[in-house]
Design a protein around this ligand. Structure first.
Ligand SMILES: [Zn+2]
Length: 316
């Protein structure tokens, strides 16, 4: 059986009902997430929920039932506040057209930007008060969001991701010396970084643009093959036994086109079972998937999603 069996759901979809579903399906990791569709940014939204004692008590209930609670967040916009652009534009990135822009991530070669990110990562950890040592404070959720300045040009998107995560981890360590941080292979970060990971950085692999209807190992599916090749390369620099898979088998936000109302979840159990076997064969023992848009509105429309079937697939 896979050791860490999770689901990543939206902050406002965490519920007693999900607690029961997770218990019944023998899942043991809950990731709390927010989709970046609202302003103020998604991290502020999660933090505002955490200020509510009832919400904290709900998360505590998951932990009391043996389900570890973690936070999986696109955090760069929060870690480098965008209002700094007005006085410190040099902290921010130059886009592919040569313009210095306020939006998304930062200049990965600016030491002051990295220092601010580090300090804010420490601050964020104090606010999240996560009982787990695993942190997931990702780059902003976008493509073409790296810096193209003279100094950054020599780094591809994956390298810039790794450099920025190095600053995040440094800040986290000041809060939790045992902190470990995800390097998320996603969006533009689809090369094996040339910058080596810190020993406490683990791989998180999220193959969003794969074909979800056929196993990831299907050699006739070029997009899946691309991800399989990438994962093989990444596992040469990251320890497979520490690596996390973040899949989409039950991501109903994806299947709903990120628009409400949610569709009926098209769960392909055979595909997931195949994929889990493959990931496990690589030495990976931590596997989760987004389970967004499976909140109260989904239950009212369609009843319970097939979470028991989802849990079954981890028995391999
Ligand atoms: Zn730069």
């Amino acid at each position: 059986m896979i050791k860490d069996r999770g689901v990543v759901i939206l902050v406002d979809e965490v519920s007693e009902r999900w607690l029961e579903l997770m218990k019944a399906a023998n899942l043991n990791v809950l990731g709390v997430h927010e989709i970046v569709t609202e302003k103020p940014n998604s991290v502020d939204k999660v933090l505002s929920r955490l200020e509510n004692p009832e919400y904290r008590a709900l998360l505590d209930k998951f932990e009391q039932n043996g389900i570890r609670v973690e936070f999986e967040l696109h955090a760069l916009e929060w870690l480098l506040p965008r209002e700094l652009f007005d006085t410190r534009p040099e902290l921010f990135r130059i886009d592919k057209n040569g313009n210095r822009v306020r939006e998304l991530n930062c200049c990965a070669s600016n030491p002051d930007a990295l220092a601010i990110i580090s300090d804010r990562a420490h601050l964020l950890a104090t606010k999240l008060r996560c009982s787990s040592h695993n942190y997931y404070l990702w780059m902003d959720d976008a493509y073409e969001s790296s810096c193209c300045c003279e100094k950054c040009k020599k780094y591809n998107c994956s390298d810039q991701n790794m450099i920025i995560m190095g600053a995040v981890l440094e800040g986290l360590k000041r809060y939790d010396p045992e902190a470990k941080l995800a390097y998320l292979a996603y969006a533009d970060s689809l090369d094996v970084p040339t910058v080596k990971p810190h020993k406490d950085m683990f791989l998180e692999f999220a193959p969003i643009t794969r074909n979800h209807k056929t196993p990831i190992t299907n050699p006739d599916e070029p997009n899946n093959k691309k991800y399989v090749d990438l994962l093989g390369g990444l596992l040469k620099i990251f320890d497979p036994s520490e690596a996390h898979i973040l899949e989409y088998w039950i991501d109903n936000s994806l299947f709903s086109g990120y628009k409400k109302p949610p569709v009926l979840l098209p769960f392909a159990k055979d595909v997931m079972a195949d994929d889990v076997k493959y990931y496990h064969s690589l030495g990976i023992n931590s596997i989760t998937a987004f389970g967004c848009y499976l909140g109260d509105d989904y239950f009212e429309l369609f009843g319970n999603p097939p979470i028991n079937d989802y849990g079954d697939c981890f028995n391999c």
